[in-house]
Design a protein around this ligand. Structure first.
Ligand SMILES: [Zn+2]
Length: 425
């Protein structure tokens, strides 16, 4: 049967109305133990009312009016926290690289297993195929695909002759143009274009791992500075992949805002490094599990991996002791394993308690990326980004990965199967 344009238009309108209706729904999450922010005392037997995608009230049962038409969720005493940020993700895995034509259901499944199923309702994509993350974001925001809030740096900036060895295949496969920039002018011009097209920041491979005898290629400081100045002119952050201590020095010189990794590859930081980073108002994404995943791929002996991780943990510890803000990030979507529990364990091993890790997942990134007024806490007026945990993280930080229910902007993103169901994850 053939359909005329009116039929298709009707379907489009219906789809949009459905997406709007889902977000306009009223919800009441009842019998929750609300931890409204990393600093807040838990509020037992609490109710959170959500309407039109926003939190409208939070309080004890009996003190909060639940509208008659609200859909009710029974939290059964479990801990409710604000939606998480993952400040280092990619959309480079098969299934997420051709988002323009992919069926919505396929994309939704991929995005859920990678991100939302672990509570990530906001993510910062730190580099991919040109325009890809923006296209995915457009489909999510149009209500076509359920998924997280996406911020993106769009295509990254590599130094001249510095395309990392591990991205060459995926770039070739998709016919992506070179992302290398040799001069400040070229860097400035591309940064301007990407920011105008909707990038939320920029990512510099200041220390690019090119493999072979050369190892690491560093970006010229004036090239890095050109991108930073262009991004800062529109108040957008710049991330750096430093790799080495020299890479951190260039990032400091250029005025970078966030280190996308710690740098255990280059041994312990020199004395005073953490203090200099904090004085420069830099934030750190430790991404410790990434190093473990990469070294295991190379069949590095476990004892060596352990020593390597201990160096990364020492850097994280020094950075925190100097008062630096930590942003949670795993490089998921470059690495396949999406379960964040190992990162939580490694952060805890570096001295972060569950409240500090929760801050790295919520208030710190929200503030750093200019979303502090709408994201990061369970407070009336904020976006209804909520994560229900199966266990209490005060008893065990790994409970942060025991996610049973996730809402973003008033839309349910994930619901764990009932206990005893065959597929738990
Ligand atoms: Zn990455």
């Amino acid at each position: 049967m053939r359909h005329g344009w009116a039929w298709w238009l009707g379907c489009l309108v219906a789809a949009c109305t459905m997406a709007g209706a889902v977000r306009a729904q009223t919800w009441a999450i009842e019998r929750a133990t609300v931890v409204a922010s990393p600093e807040a005392a838990p509020l037992a037997d609490a109710v959170v009312v959500v309407r039109d995608g926003r939190i409208v009230s939070v309080g004890r049962a009996g003190e909060v009016r639940v509208p008659a038409d609200a859909r009710r969720i029974d939290a059964d005493g479990r801990v409710l926290v604000a939606g998480f940020w993952n400040s280092h993700v990619h959309f480079l895995l098969p299934g997420l690289t051709e988002v323009a034509d992919a069926p919505a259901a396929t994309l939704e499944l991929e995005v859920r297993s990678l991100l939302t199923r672990w509570g990530f309702t906001s993510v910062f994509d730190l580099g991919g195929l040109p325009g890809n993350a923006r296209r995915l974001r457009a489909r999510i925001e149009a209500g076509d695909v359920r998924g997280p809030r996406i911020l993106t740096v769009d295509a990254p900036f590599y130094p001249a002759d510095g395309t990392p060895h591990y991205v060459r295949d995926v770039m070739k496969q998709h016919g992506a143009p070179s992302a290398e920039v040799a001069t400040p002018d070229a860097a400035r011009a591309r940064a301007r274009t990407q920011l105008e097209e909707g990038a939320d920041g920029a990512k510099l491979f200041i220390g690019a791992l090119v493999g072979g005898p050369q190892g690491v290629v560093h970006m010229a400081p004036d090239v890095a500075r050109a991108v930073v100045d262009t991004a800062h002119a529109t108040h957008r952050p710049v991330f750096a992949h430093p790799s080495t201590t020299q890479g951190i020095e260039i990032a400091l010189q250029a005025g970078v805002d966030v280190l996308a990794h710690s740098t255990p590859i280059d041994g312990p930081w020199p004395d005073g490094m953490a203090q200099r980073l904090v004085a420069a108002d830099m934030a750190l994404v430790p991404s410790l599990k990434l190093f473990e995943v990469e070294l295991r791929k190379e069949s590095v002996p476990p004892a060596v991996i352990e020593r390597f991780l201990a160096v990364g943990q020492a850097q994280l510890r020094a950075f925190r002791e100097a008062g630096g803000p930590v942003l949670f990030g795993t490089d998921v979507g470059y690495i396949h394993d999406s379960d964040p529990h190992r990162e939580y364990a490694l952060m805890a091993g570096a001295g972060m308690d569950w409240r500090a890790i929760l801050a790295s997942l919520t208030t710190e990134p929200a503030r750093r990326f200019g979303h502090g007024a709408r994201s990061g806490r369970i407070v009336p007026g904020m976006d209804a980004d909520l994560v229900l945990l199966g266990r209490d993280p005060a008893d065990d930080v790994l409970a942060l990965s025991d996610v049973v229910w996730v809402m973003r902007g008033g839309q349910v993103q994930y619901e764990a199967p009932e206990p005893g169901a065959s597929a738990q994850r």
